[in-house]
Design a protein around this ligand. Structure first.
Ligand SMILES: Cc1cc2nc3c(=O)[nH]c(=O)nc-3n(C[C@H](O)[C@H](O)[C@H](O)COP(=O)(O)OP(=O)(O)OC[C@H]3O[C@@H](n4cnc5c(N)ncnc54)[C@H](O)[C@@H]3O)c2cc1C
Length: 469
C-alpha cells in the first residue's frame, strides 16, 4: 500500500477537495499535514484575528479527520525541511496540494518541488490562474472580457463537486504532531465561527431555501447595516468551502430564481466570485503589483503620507462617520462590508492623500479574509492605479456615500456609540449640528466626536491636482 502526504494550505475542508481526492486516488493512505510556517506567522502583515480563525479551522478539520479515523499532523518550520522529514518518516511517494497563485506560495512550492515529488492540483480558484487567457495567449487586464471568457468555459455543475471521504486511510496516528496552537488573546471578538461545517451552513443559508438572501443580493449588497452579503470571504480565504461549491450554489440559485430580480441577484453574486478569480489571475501574471501600481503612469503620485492623518484613519477618528464606522468595524471584528471598504480606502488615498500601500498593509493586518490578491486588487482599484481600476477622478464623497448606503445611519450608530443620539438629519455630517443640539445629544463636536480631519471639497481638488500632476 502506497502512502502520500496531503499538504493542507488554504484548503481546510474535506468536501470538494481536489488535492485530497487526488491523494486518495493515487495511494492507499494519505497523511494530512499542516505546516505552521514561522515566516508567515510573524510576517509584518499578519493579523492576529486571521491567525485565530485559521487555528479554529485547523481544530475543526482535525475533529472531522478524527471522526474518519485520521488526525491532522501539525509541524512547525520551513515547509521544505518539514516535508522532507515527513516524507522520510512515512515513506510517502508524493505530496498533493492545491496550487496557490500568490508569489510567496509559488516560490515556496518551487523550492519544495525542486527536492520532493510535489503534485499541485487546482482548487483555490475554479479556473487555475493561467487558464482564462486572451486569444493571443496573454493575460486579461480588463474585468469584463475576463468574465466573459471565464463564463464561456464549461460552468461547474453539482456533479463536479467531490464528496467528502467517509473514511480516510492514514498512518497519521503513528507520527508526532504538535498541538494546534492556542488562540492568541484577542482585542475584540471574531463574529464568525471558523470551520467547514459553519462555512457550508452559511453557504446554504445564503443560497438555498424559499427566499434565499442571494436572490435579494443585487439590491441589498450595498446596504452596510444589512446582512445582504454572504460573509463567506474568510471561509473562501482558507478554503473552508471551495470556490467551486460557491459557484455551483450561485448557478443553482440563478436557475431556481422565481423572477428576473432574483436571478440578477444570483448572477451578480457569481460575478463577485469571478472578481476574486480575476484578481488571483492578475497577481499570478503581474506579481509586481504587490509592490507597485499596476499602471506605470500611476507610480509617481506625490503622496502626502501624514502620519497623524493615517493614525486618525486607523483609529476611526476622521470626523466622517461612515469612514470611522468602517474602520472601527474592521479593528473590532476583522471584517468590513465591501461598500465600507471602498469608502474607507477612497478616503485614505484621495481625501488624506496617503499611499494606498499603507492602507493595503493595515487592512491585511486586520482582515479575517485578508488575501493578497483581493486586497491588493481592491486597493489598486480604489486608488485608481490598478488594472481596470476606478478612474482617478472618481472620488467618493463620504457624506453622500453614507446617506445613500446607510440612509438611516444604523451602521454608523452601531460602530460609533457617541453618535447614537444624533438625529438622522445630521448623522452623516454631525459637524453641522447646531450647538444646542450637540449639547442635547451629548455629542459635542471636537470633544465627543472629532471635527472633520479635512474638508472634503478641498481635499477632492487637492487629489485631482496631485493625480493630474
Ligand atoms: C480596499 C478593498 C480591500 C479588499 N480586501 C479583500 C481581502 O483582503 N479579501 C477578500 O476576500 N476580499 C477583499 N475585498 C473584496 C470584498 O470587499 C470582500 O470580498 C467582501 O466584502 C467580502 O464579503 P462577503 O463575503 O460578504 O462578500 P459577497 O458580496 O458575499 O461576495 C462573495 C465572495 O466573492 C468574493 N468577492 C466579493 N467581492 C470581491 C471583490 N471586489 N474582489 C475580490 N473578491 C470579491 C469574496 O470571496 C466574497 O466572499 C476588498 C475590497 C476592497 C475595496
Amino acid at each position: 500500500m502506497t502512502t502520500v502526504i496531503w499538504w493542507i494550505r488554504r484548503d481546510l475542508r474535506l468536501a470538494d477537495n481536489q488535492a485530497l481526492t487526488a491523494a486518495l486516488r493515487n495511494a492507499g493512505r494519505a497523511v494530512p499535514l499542516f505546516v505552521l510556517d514561522p515566516t508567515l506567522l510573524s510576517a509584518p502583515d499578519v493579523s492576529e484575528k486571521r491567525v485565530t480563525f485559521l487555528f479554529g479551522g485547523l481544530r475543526a478539520l482535525d475533529a472531522d479527520l478524527r471522526a474518519r479515523g485520521a488526525g491532522l499532523i501539525v509541524r512547525r518550520g520551513d515547509p521544505v525541511i518539514e516535508l522532507t522529514k515527513l516524507v522520510a518518516e512515512t515513506g510517502a511517494e508524493a505530496i498533493y496540494a492545491e496550487e496557490d497563485p500568490w508569489p510567496h506560495a509559488r516560490r515556496r512550492d518551487d523550492a519544495v518541488a525542486a527536492r520532493l515529488p510535489l503534485r499541485l492540483v487546482p482548487g483555490v480558484t475554479i479556473r487555475s490562474a493561467d487558464v482564462v487567457r486572451k486569444a493571443d495567449g496573454g493575460a486579461y487586464t480588463i474585468f469584463t472580457p475576463f468574465s466573459r471568457a471565464w463564463k464561456a468555459l464549461p460552468l461547474p455543475t453539482p456533479r463536479d463537486l467531490l464528496p467528502a471521504p467517509e473514511r480516510l486511510p492514514t498512518l497519521s496516528p503513528d507520527f508526532a504532531s504538535l498541538p494546534i496552537p492556542e488562540q492568541p488573546a484577542l482585542t475584540g471578538a471574531i463574529p464568525l465561527p471558523s470551520g467547514e461545517a459553519e462555512a457550508l451552513h452559511r453557504l446554504r443559508a445564503f443560497t438555498a431555501g424559499l427566499r434565499p438572501p442571494i436572490h435579494a443580493y443585487a439590491d441589498a449588497r450595498n446596504r452596510m447595516a444589512v446582512a445582504g452579503t454572504s460573509q463567506l470571504s474568510p471561509y473562501l480565504r482558507f478554503g473552508m468551502i471551495s470556490a467551486r461549491q460557491a459557484a455551483v450554489a450561485a448557478l443553482t440559485a440563478a436557475a431556481a430564481a422565481p423572477d428576473a430580480a432574483a436571478r440578477a441577484g444570483a448572477e451578480t453574486w457569481l460575478t463577485e466570485l469571478i472578481w476574486r478569480e480575476f484578481y488571483m489571475a492578475l497577481l499570478y501574471y503581474f506579481p509586481y503589483v504587490l509592490d507597485d501600481a499596476f499602471r506605470a503612469d500611476r507610480r509617481d503620485v506625490r503622496w502626502g503620507n501624514d502620519e497623524a492623518d493615517f493614525a486618525a484613519w486607523r483609529e476611526g477618528r476622521t470626523g466622517y462617520p461612515v469612514v470611522d464606522a468602517a474602520m472601527r468595524q474592521l479593528v473590532q471584528t476583522g471584517w468590513m462590508h465591501n461598500r465600507a471598504r471602498m469608502i474607507a480606502a477612497s478616503f485614505l488615498v484621495k481625501d488624506l492623500l496617503v499611499d494606498w500601500r499603507w492602507g493595503e498593509r493595515f487592512f491585511m493586518q486586520h482582515l479575517l479574509d485578508g488575501d493578497p490578491a483581493a486586497n491588493n486588487g481592491g486597493w489598486q482599484w480604489t486608488a485608481g492605479v490598478g488594472a481596470d481600476a476606478a478612474p482617478y477622478f472618481r472620488i467618493f464623497n463620504p457624506t453622500l456615500q453614507g446617506a445613500k448606503f446607510d440612509p438611516d445611519g444604523a451602521y454608523i450608530r452601531r460602530w460609533i456609540p457617541e453618535l447614537a443620539r444624533v438625529p438622522d438629519k445630521y448623522i452623516h455630517q454631525p459637524w453641522m449640528m447646531p450647538a444646542p443640539l450637540q449639547r442635547q445629544t451629548g455629542c459635542i463636536i471636537g470633544h465627543d466626536y472629532p471635527v472633520p480631519r479635512v474638508d472634503h471639497a478641498w481635499a477632492r481638488e487637492r487629489a485631482l491636482v496631485t493625480y493630474r500632476h
